[in-house]
Ligand binder design. Sequence first.
Ligand code: SIN
Length: 482
Amino acid sequence: MKLCDPALFRQECYIGGKWLSGQKTIPVTNPADDTVVGFIPSLGGGETRQAIKSAKDAFPSWSRMTAQKRSQILKRWFAAICDNKNDLAYIMTCEQGKPLAEALAEVLSAAAYIEWFAEEAKRVYGDTIPMSQEGKRIVVLKEPVGVCAAITPWNFPSAMIARKTAPALAAGCTVIVKPSELTPFSALALAELADRAGVPPGVFNVITGPAEEIGSALTESSDVRKVSFSGSTSVGRLLMRNCSDTLKRISLELGGHAPFIVFEDAVIDVAVADAVESKFRNSGQTCVCANRFIIHESAYAEFVEKFVKAVEGQLFVGSGLIADNNQGPLIDIDAIEKLEDQIQDAIQKGARIATGGKRIPGKGLFFEPTVLLDVTSEMKILREETFGPIAPISQFITETEAITMANDSEYGLAAYFYSRDVGRAWRVTEALEYGMVGVNTARLSSEAAPFGGVKMSGIGREGSKYGMDEYLEIKYMCIGGI
Ligand code: SIN
């Protein structure tokens, strides 16, 4: 791997401040060309318990350290990430496939979460409450929840780790990260930089290996007081069940099926540009990607014509390491097969392909950016999350119909709509059953905003002051005899 600092490419786990290899290893392949990027240890329950012990041992001193000192350490980690941003982006593109420009943007977004929560560490305020009895006072304290586990996905190998661990560490918790075995090297590079930044041993740990074995050890342990997971709804439900025996706090950022509504009074060129960006970022592999387009009948012809033209003219598929390519590979063969299945099902039920529709033969897991027209609600593509570069388009006539179509999903993560009518902006936002709504924008992620969903899209919020609350317990002190 061509890095300015080759020491960032670690093939061991980081537990208790030490690098640990395993007897068994797992190969990690580059989805753009099927080559092996490297090997990671295949660790299991024993090593997970060792990581939990390290995190538990480190908790008293980390949680009692002044917020000022924790903040300074996190700021050094932020600076180290910024200083090494190009290497981190390169590692990410090699293991995940996304274009280098997107990988770099993600690294900077990860750094932004760490910087933001480094500041927030100093602002964990409590409360005083007027008492109803004489001679007593009520004081509310905020305390770190304890040892936390972060189980993170392959689609954002750095940002999801930062979004979970930065508030946890800022609050005074210690953390065990279990990254996806498809994209572990970004996580291990972050651990190397945390070590260099002076994060004390045991405060931040990264363990790799089979998800089920490590996940079970994390959920079974009563020493782990919180699990935060980003990934599929089915795994999220399983984790929630497994956390119930030890009554852990839980945050779940799960699947999405974001509707993208264009009303008749929208600025069509803006809607088209945002639709392309939102649908095809990370080749459609984000939870908040526009997953279905719901276009007013009077804007439909213009939107479709301009959207298809943009998809055909602005998207370049190929290795993310080659400049100009803005559509990388899908993560694995299952992802490709899911797209083929959704397209076949839609066509059988009456949809038409406006462009794309096929996997690209040869090395790597590439798929043509695809637009499907005449899509209806009984098609799988409007029911299942797609997680790939297919844009299904349907039409509506009334505002009520658009809202009904948008809410006709078990998911409730992100929704977008385009309209210049300020009354409609409030009305539709309030009617949408989603955790996040973009009005005339399809870019929602920010370290300063509460990211999260409702319904089957999850529980809890990440980012912002609300994201900090997820790692804090409330303790109420009642003082008598005053
Ligand atoms: C996701 O969680 O899939 C999206 C994250 C982002 O938009 O930054």
